[in-house]
Design a protein around this ligand. Structure first.
Ligand code: GRF
Length: 215
């Protein structure tokens, strides 16, 4: 029988890291064939780093101000990711624009979760944008990262109904629950090599490829 190996993940997070936690939990429970090898943050006090340490995962703070350019900052992040053998980079609330240096180091190997049904409401405060626009269905998106923010090919989405009386916070909470479900699922598809990108479309295939990644 074909053996499907585990892929090594690096997570980049700037905040509380509930998506990171969902990924760690899924990996520990054996629900995904992946291992979080390192967590990197640009925020020294990010709770995501504490979550990593609690799980026994190397937690690395990389300070943007230590570098004179984004290229050098991303070079330092790339070095840490490579040091830990990372094959897939998962952005989980990483509040920085990803530049060419990191994209070139991990072509089609950086994915992100965004709390809106892209291409609607990219950027900051997506849940507030959705409410203010008056949509009835909100949601979240896992996508491949490209040069434009919240833009690359879409791997998966989940819809969340907007309720009367929702505030940005109540809506964000319900969207987060879906994020915690679809992000590990998308990682599992990647780990099993079941994703194929054609232009903007990501197809989910039934056959697995041994090394993971995009077909
Ligand atoms: C999530 O809403 C995610 O979609 C967005 O940033 C937030 C991060 O939350 N990119 P957490 O740090 O995972 O709790």
């Amino acid at each position: 029988m074909k053996q499907v190996g585990k892929i090594n993940i690096g997570v980049l997070a700037s905040g509380s890291g509930t998506n990171l936690q969902a990924i760690i939990d899924a990996a520990e429970a054996g629900r995904i064939d992946a291992e979080v090898r390192v967590v990197i943050s640009d925020v020294a006090k990010a709770y995501a780093l504490a979550r990593a340490r609690k799980a026994g995962i190397p937690a690395v703070f990389v300070e943007r101000n230590m570098f004179s350019s984004r290229r050098e900052f991303e070079g330092a992040i790339t070095a840490v990711l490579n040091e830990h053998g990372v094959e897939l980079v998962c952005l989980a609330g990483f509040m920085r624009i990803i530049g060419k240096a990191l994209l070139d180091a991990f072509p089609n190997r950086i994915i992100n979760i965004h709390p809106a049904l892209l291409p609607s409401f990219p950027g900051l405060h997506a849940q507030k944008q959705a409410l203010e626009h008056g949509v009835k269905i909100a949601g979240c998106t896992v996508h491949v990262v490209d040069v434009e923010t919240d833009h690359g090919p879409i791997i998966s989405q989940a819809a969340v109904e907007v309720k009367e009386g929702d505030t940005p916070d109540t809506l964000a909470d319900r969207i987060l629950r879906e994020e915690h479900r679809i992000y590990p699922e998308a990682i599992q598809l990647f780990a099993h090599g079941r994703l194929r990108i054609e232009g903007r479309r990501v197809y989910i295939t039934n056959h697995e490829s041994r090394n993971g990644g995009f077909e």
